[in-house]
Design a binder for this molecule. Structure first.
Ligand SMILES: [Zn+2]
Ligand SMILES: [Zn+2]
Length: 253
């Protein structure tokens, strides 16, 4: 069963949160044989989300599962504020993501210069430390793009597998799932998140996965998901995680 659990229906505020606009994403998913989609816009746009739109979409498209998530920025020390902000919202799942090191938005091409200030091995350690800290908060259901720090092709000299080990242990203990996110294939690094060896380690540790495109436009929905599924199967996965009301439901991959 093919699922795409990381879709930005508003892009970066490129599209309104309207039934008509969101329907284009659902139609694209149907065209690719996807059985379930999860909308997970950035939490910066939380106020724009109209939850009633999803009800209308479910009525209009009974042949596909439509879930409601949110991609939440993890800022260490702001756990209480984050929790308060999300209280009362009815999400099926929450993705926790790290896009910031301090005040540096490291995954944005406009700020790529920031990498030159760092020893890359040290940067990787700091990044994975933040992801581990995020897992410890128990606020989220899914880790967004586990090794995003590689986005522009800056590679650590030390083995990443070793660096990420304590983070994977925290993720396992938290009960979170990770995503095989294909967006990295279309970034300078040209590799899905996470790298295959990391995915294999996650499998061996019993960490569940889901599949996602991180689409920011309808034509990106489901992009390269078949590749992601193939890789997941190669390392041993036979099931994918889906979510309903913050509960995990495993389905055949
Ligand atoms: Zn993200
Ligand atoms: Zn995203």
């Amino acid at each position: 069963m093919l699922v795409d659990y990381h879709i930005h229906g508003m892009g970066h505020r490129d599209f309104p949160h309207s039934v008509e606009s969101l329907a284009r994403f659902v139609e694209a998913a149907l065209g690719k044989g996807i059985a379930e989609v999860g909308f997970a816009d950035h939490d910066y746009y939380l106020r724009d989300i109209r939850f009633s739109n999803f009800e209308e979409l479910r009525t209009r498209f009974p042949g596909i599962g439509i879930k409601v998530g949110l991609e939440v920025e993890f800022f260490p020390g702001q756990e209480t504020e984050t929790n308060d902000r999300l209280a009362g919202c009815r999400f099926d799942y929450l993705i926790g993501s790290v896009h910031y090191i301090g005040e540096w938005l490291f995954d944005h091409p406009d700020y790529i210069e920031g990498f030159s200030a760092w020893d890359i091995d040290q940067l990787y350690r700091v990044y994975f430390g933040l992801v581990a800290r995020m897992a410890r908060t128990r606020l989220f259901d899914m880790v967004g793009h586990l090794d995003l720090i590689k986005i522009f092709g800056h590679r650590a000299k030390s083995p990443v597998l070793k660096m990420v080990q304590p983070t994977l242990e925290e993720i396992r203990d938290s009960g979170m799932v990770i995503e095989v996110n294909t967006a990295g294939l279309h970034r300078p690094v040209q590799e899905q998140y996470p790298a295959k060896d990391l995915l294999k380690a996650a499998f061996q540790m019993g960490i569940p996965i889901t599949l996602s495109s991180d689409a920011h436009a309808p034509e990106q929905v489901g992009r390269d998901l078949l590749l992601a599924r193939e890789m997941a199967r190669e390392v041993g996965y036979r099931e994918a995680a889906t979510f309903s009301g913050r509960e995990r439901i495993m389905v055949p991959l």
